[in-house]
Design a protein around this ligand. Structure first.
Ligand code: NAG
Ligand code: NAG
Ligand code: NAG
Ligand code: NAG
Length: 424
């Protein structure tokens, strides 16, 4: 009898022990999975509410990517790309890596660090899906934040029009402030350009700076080779502003997204009247002054068109036409038109103003149906307001996640106690 009882007790104990071993191993396994997602193991996006998926059916093996890093370069049309990512992420409930303290960017112009990301240093780290705010690129730091199967892309613009644009946009910053005009600045740039100033990145080779490259070595051909290799190793795709719609088609193809996913209206654009026509001489001076950016642009423009060739020029042409047709149709549904910021009725749709050029925005049509209104608003919400919306939404989710985790832990402990044999 005693023996039987002992045996029974032993059985219970061993059962309890194997239960504990089993759950602990299981938890460790789940934690490992959570930390290191298998490369290209994307979870499937529910496509039931994504219309026009026809083009995806031609590629049955293709799944929409949801782990995305976009290096948002300055004055390159990147705000429009950002809106596309915001919208996709919001409608699929993806997690954005956002700047801490509700900032609009990751402490640019400082070198990016993983700790600049909201919730990165908290104990339970979220699985980030998308990261797209301004930062100075440091691959190893971004890798600390994003899953290993992340798709990296960026956008480059012709440095000539880029400099014309940034001079007008950043005119109030100390490096440009004292120059009477862009021509005046270029006549003797070192008179104005101050390497120790915090805003110096805006004045010379700004794309190379955003990409985290070393601009001190910028002028040597050897360094150009290093720079180009570094970018090619880090980024899966480099878009070109001058071929914006072709870029969106290549992006759509690479991410396995639909036409409607990459639909967009131009955001953060200036009133054209503030755009200056530059003389040949000024254009050449800009190329010389931004030598590294210029070389990178020419190189990545060439490889961009090689990608278009691989995609097929005819196919590209017809897809660009389709994209433009859909954009025009959507604009017909949503917009009264692009207007001066003073004429925007809804404060939440007013873009941030900087420098001496007017950044235009949109007024939505009145009397939109509820189903149309959400998409129309998303399409024209400026990045600062959109970031706030996402942040609020995520913060709620974050609190919920922590609460859920704690309650799970409490329940788990309670269950463990219940299983232990009673003393005495
Ligand atoms: C799709 O959208 C409709 C209406 O907008 C909604 O009722 C339905 O629940 C959605 N389905 C999914 C799977 O999200
Ligand atoms: C350059 O900027 C630094 C830091 O803002 C400032 O201390 C220094 O006086 C500036 N030099 C010139 C020549 O303006
Ligand atoms: C970019 O590539 C296109 C197509 O090859 C070419 O027409 C254009 O001149 C290139 N731009 C520059 C600045 O090299
Ligand atoms: C652009 O500026 C010009 C001149 O200030 C003005 O007449 C025009 O209405 C503006 N365009 C828009 C779309 O606001």
């Amino acid at each position: 009898m005693t023996l039987l009882w002992r045996c029974h007790r032993w059985k219970i104990r061993s059962l309890t022990q194997s239960y504990i071993v089993f759950t602990v191993t299981g938890m460790i396994f789940i934690m490992v999975l959570y930390q290191n997602p298998v490369r290209r193991c994307q979870y499937e996006v529910s496509s039931s509410n994504i219309s026009n998926r026809k083009e995806l059916q031609e590629r049955p093996s293709c799944r929409p990517l949801t782990h995305i890093f976009f290096l948002k370069t300055h004055k390159t049309g990147s705000s429009t790309i950002m809106n596309i990512l915001f919208r996709f992420g919001e409608s699929h409930n993806l997690m954005f890596a956002l700047p801490t303290q509700n900032l609009a960017q990751f402490y640019y112009p400082y070198d990016f660090r993983a700790e600049f990301v909201e919730s990165f240093i908290t104990r339970i780290r979220p699985n980030y899906d998308i990261m797209c705010h301004h930062l100075r690129f440091q691959l190893t730091e971004v890798e600390r934040v994003m899953p290993t199967d992340t798709f990296y892309f960026t956008i480059m613009r012709n440095p000539v029009s880029l400099m014309e644009s940034s001079f007008s946009y950043y005119k109030s910053m100390d490096i440009f402030m004292k120059a009477k005009s862009l021509e005046d600045f270029l006549k003797n740039p070192y008179k104005y350009y101050n390497k120790t100033s915090i805003t110096h990145s805006y004045g010379k080779n700004i794309m190379a700076y955003d990409l985290g490259l070393d601009r001190i070595q910028a002028q040597t051909p050897k360094y150009f080779k290093v720079a180009k290799k570094t970018i090619e190793a880090a980024f899966d795709l480099v878009l070109i502003t001058e071929y914006f719609d072709e870029s969106l088609i290549l992006l759509k193809d690479a991410l396995c997204w639909s036409f409607d996913d990459v639909l967009s209206f131009p955001l953060n654009s200036r009133n054209v009247t503030s755009r200056k026509v530059l003389s040949e001489e000024t254009q050449e001076k800009i190329k010389t002054w931004n030598q590294l950016d210029w070389q990178l642009y020419v190189y990545f423009n060439t490889s961009f068109w090689e990608k278009v060739d691989a995609f097929g020029r005819d196919r590209m042409q017809s897809e660009v036409q389709e994209l433009r047709r859909r954009r025009a149709a959507q604009s017909e549904v949503c917009l009264q038109g692009q207007v001066d910021p003073s004429k925007i009725n809804d404060k939440l749709l007013k873009p941030f103003q900087a420098g001496y050029s007017r950044i235009l925005g949109y007024n939505l049509k009145t009397g939109l149906q509820k189903s149309e209104r959400l998409l129309c608003r998303q399409l024209v919400t400026p990045e600062i307001q959109y970031t706030e919306i996402l942040s609020k939404k995520q913060y709620k989710q974050e609190k919920y996640r922590i609460a859920k985790y704690n309650s799970y832990r409490r329940q788990h402990i309670r269950r463990q106690w219940a299983l232990l044999p009673k003393q005495g």
